[in-house]
Write a protein that binds this ligand. Structure first.
Ligand code: NAD
Length: 269
C-alpha cells in the first residue's frame, strides 16, 4: 500500500471543534497525521470530543486540547504539552477565528480587539511557538520540510467587506504576516502558506445560507454556484501540508469557487 501523505506527522489544528477546523482535522487524520483537536472553552469540549471520536472510528489518532489561542500562556503550554506527549509538532493549521460584526462608526474597541486578538494575534502566537519547535527539531525524515504552517485566511484578505472592518483587517494582517515569516524561515526548510476560503457552510456564516432566499443571494457571489464544504478546505490543507506542495511557500491558495473573480462582471458588468 502507498504510504499516506502525512503518515506519522503531528498536527495541531486550532479551533477544531467545529466547521473548517473539524473538517481539516478529519482529512489530516485520514492522511495519517496524529491530530490535536484544539478548542477554546469548556463549553466546546463535547464537540471536540465528537471530532476525535469520528477520527478514531476510522482508525485515526487524535486528542482534544483546550487552549484560547489569544492567550500567550495557554498557547505556550499547549505546544509544550504536545511536544512532551508526541515528541514534536510537524504541522500547524492556524484556523481559529471569529466575527464580531458592526457598522464601522458603531464598532466598539472591544469588538475590534476581540477579533484582532483571536484572528491575528492568535495566529502570531501559535506560529511563533510552532516555528521555535521546527527550528529545534530540523528536518526529521518524515517530510522534506522541518515544518509546515497553514494560516486560515479568507477571501477578505483581498475583498473589502463593509460592516466587518475588524475581520477584514485581521485577514489582511494574516496575509502579510504569513508572507513575512515564510520569507524569513524558507532557508530553514519551513513552509508557511495560507488558505483563503470563500463561503464554506459552517456555523460562522449560517445566516448566509440558512434560507432559500439567503442562499440565492449568496450564490450570486460564487461563479461556481455552490457553497463550499469543509472537505473542500480539508483536502487543500492536506495537499499544502504534504511534500506534494514542497515548492509552495508564502502563497495564498484561494478555495472559493471563483468568489474572487469579480462575479459582478459575469454578464458583461
Ligand atoms: P466556526 O465558527 O465553525 O469555527 C471557528 C472555530 O474557532 C470554533 O470552533 C471556535 O470554537 C474556535 N475559536 C474561536 N475563538 C477561539 C480561541 N480564542 N481559541 C481557540 N479556538 C477558538 O467557523 P469556520 O467557518 O469553521 O471558521 C474557521 C476559520 O475559517 C476562521 O479563521 C474563519 O475566519 C475562516 N473562514 C471561514 C469561512 C467560511 O465561509 N466558513 C470563510 C473564510 C474564512
Amino acid at each position: 500500500m502507498e504510504k499516506r501523505k502525512l503518515e506519522g506527522q503531528i498536527a495541531i489544528v486550532t479551533g477544531a471543534s467545529s466547521g473548517i477546523g473539524a473538517g481539516c482535522s478529519k482529512e489530516l487524520a485520514k492522511a495519517g497525521a496524529t491530530v490535536v483537536v484544539n478548542y477554546p472553552v469548556p463549553g466546546a469540549k463535547a464537540m471536540a470530543e465528537a471530532v476525535v471520536k469520528d477520527i478514531n472510528s476510522t482508525g485515526g489518532v487524535a486528542i482534544t486540547y483546550k487552549c484560547d489561542v489569544s492567550r500567550e500562556d495557554e498557547v505556550k503550554q499547549m505546544f509544550a504539552d504536545v511536544v512532551e506527549q508526541f515528541g514534536t509538532v510537524d504541522i500547524l493549521i492556524n484556523n481559529a477565528g471569529l466575527q464580531k460584526d458592526a457598522k464601522f462608526t458603531e464598532m466598539t474597541l472591544d469588538q475590534w480587539n476581540f477579533v484582532i486578538g483571536v484572528n491575528l494575534t492568535g495566529q502570531f502566537l501559535c506560529a511563533r511557538e510552532a516555528i521555535k519547535e521546527f527550528l529545534r527539531r530540523g528536518v526529521n525524515g518524515k517530510s522534506k520540510s522541518a515544518g509546515k504552517i497553514i494560516c486560515m485566511s479568507s477571501v477578505h484578505e483581498v475583498i473589502p467587506w463593509a460592516g466587518h472592518a475588524n475581520y477584514a483587517a485581521s485577514k489582511g494582517g494574516v496575509m502579510l504576516m504569513m508572507k513575512t515569516i515564510a520569507q524569513e524561515f524558507a532557508p530553514k526548510r519551513i513552509r508557511i502558506n495560507s488558505i483563503a476560503p470563500g463561503a464554506i457552510a459552517t456555523p460562522i456564516n449560517h445566516d448566509a445560507w440558512d434560507t432559500a432566499e439567503h442562499l440565492q443571494q449568496l450564490l450570486k457571489l460564487i461563479p461556481q454556484k455552490r457553497v463550499g464544504q469543509v472537505e473542500d478546505i480539508g483536502r487543500a490543507a492536506v495537499w499544502l501540508a504534504s511534500d506534494d506542495a514542497d515548492y509552495v511557500n508564502g502563497t495564498t491558495l484561494f478555495v472559493d469557487g471563483g468568489m474572487t473573480l469579480y462575479p459582478g462582471f459575469e454578464d458583461n458588468g
